[in-house]
Design a protein around this ligand. Structure first.
Ligand code: HPA
Length: 261
C-alpha cells in the first residue's frame, strides 16, 4: 500500500474517496496528524500532512519516527514524499519539480533510527512489545543507503512529469539542513561546491527511517525559491507557501497519475 507525505489537503482531489481518518498511537509518540485513508480506482492510499493540520510542527520538531511507524502499522510499504526546496543548481528555476536521487545530510538534532533498544520511556507493555517484536535481535543495524531512493518509484515520477509536460529534473542531490532558519549565502555556496542541487529541511530522517522499516521511498520536490545568496532578495516563508499554492494543481496531478501507475 502507498503512503503519501505532503501538505495538508493534498487528498482533497476529485475522484479520491476519503474512507477514514485514523489517529495512531506509536511507541515514539504522536504522528503529525491523523492518517487519511483514501481510495482511488480501487487502490487504498494513506495520506499524512507532514507538518500537521495548520502547519503546527516546524521541520526540526516533526516526530519523524512516529510518522513512519504509523504508516507501517497501517500496512504501508511505499512512501511518496512531497516537499518544498530551495534551488542551488543554477539550472533550477522556481516552480520546477525535482526528483532526488541522492541526499547529503546536514541535520543536527534529529533521531535517525529505530534501532536503539527497547523504548524505555514508554510504560505501555503492549506498545513495548510491538517495538521488541520488531527489533528482535537486531539492536545494532547499519542500513545501506548507497542508493536511498526506489528506482521504480523514481521512474514512475519521471514518466508522470514527462507525460504532463511539467518542468522537472530527474537527478538531484538534496542537501538536508536542520532549520528552522534558512541558510547563509556561504552555506549555500558550500553546499553547491560539494554537489548539492537543492536544499530542504524534511527529507532526513524521513527517508532513513522508512528505509530502516524496509519501505520503498521516493521524493518529489517543488523548487519554491532560489536558495540564499543565489536569489538577490531576502527569502521569506510566504514565497514558499505561495509557490506551493501555485503548484497545487500540478502536484495533485502528479499524485493521481502516480497512484494510477
Ligand atoms: N532552504 C531550506 N529549505 C527550504 C528552502 C530553502 O531555501 N526553500 C524551501 N524549503
Amino acid at each position: 500500500m502507498l503512503g503519501i507525505i505532503g501538505g495538508s489537503g493534498l487528498y482533497q482531489i476529485d475522484g479520491i474517496k476519503i474512507l477514514d481518518e485514523i489517529a495512531i498511537e506509536t511507541p515514539f509518540g504522536e504522528p503529525s496528524d491523523k492518517y487519511i485513508i483514501t481510495e482511488y480506482e480501487g487502490r487504498k492510499v494513506v495520506f499524512l500532512p507532514r507538518h500537521g493540520k495548520g502547519h503546527k510542527y516546524p521541520p526540526h520538531l516533526i516526530n519523524f519516527r512516529a510518522n513512519i511507524w504509523g504508516f507501517r502499522k497501517l500496512g504501508v510499504n511505499k512512501i511518496l514524499s512531497i516537499s518544498a526546496v530551495g534551488g542551488i543548481n543554477p539550472s533550477l528555476k522556481p516552480g520546477d519539480f525535482v526528483i532526488s536521487d541522492q541526499f547529503i545530510d546536514f541535520t543536527k538534532s534529529r533521531v535517525q533510527t529505530f534501532y536503539e533498544g527497547v523504548c524505555s520511556k514508554n510504560d505501555d507493555t503492549e506498545i513495548k512489545d510491538e517495538v521488541s517484536e520488531f527489533l528482535k535481535n537486531k539492536r545494532v543495524v547499519h542500513i545501506d543507503v548507497t542508493n536511498p531512493f526506489c528506482p521504480e518509484m523514481r521512474d514512475v515520477l519521471i514518466k508522470v512529469c514527462d507525460k504532463n509536460n511539467f518542468p522537472f529534473h530527474q537527478k538531484c542531490v538534496y542537501a538536508a539542513t536542520e532549520g528552522p532558519r534558512l541558510e547563509t549565502s556561504a552555506e549555500i555556496k558550500f553546499l553547491g561546491l560539494i554537489g548539492a542541487d537543492i536544499v530542504g529541511m524534511t527529507l532526513v530522517p524521513e527517508i532513513v527511517l522508512a528505509r530502516e522499516l524496509k519501505m520503498h521511498f521516493a521524493s518529489i520536490s517543488v523548487v519554491t525559491n532560489l536558495a540564499a545568496g543565489i536569489s538577490q532578495n531576502r527569502l521569506t516563508s510566504d514565497e514558499v507557501v505561495e509557490m506551493m499554492k501555485e503548484k497545487n494543481e500540478q502536484i495533485k496531478t502528479v499524485v493521481l497519475d502516480f497512484i494510477e501507475n
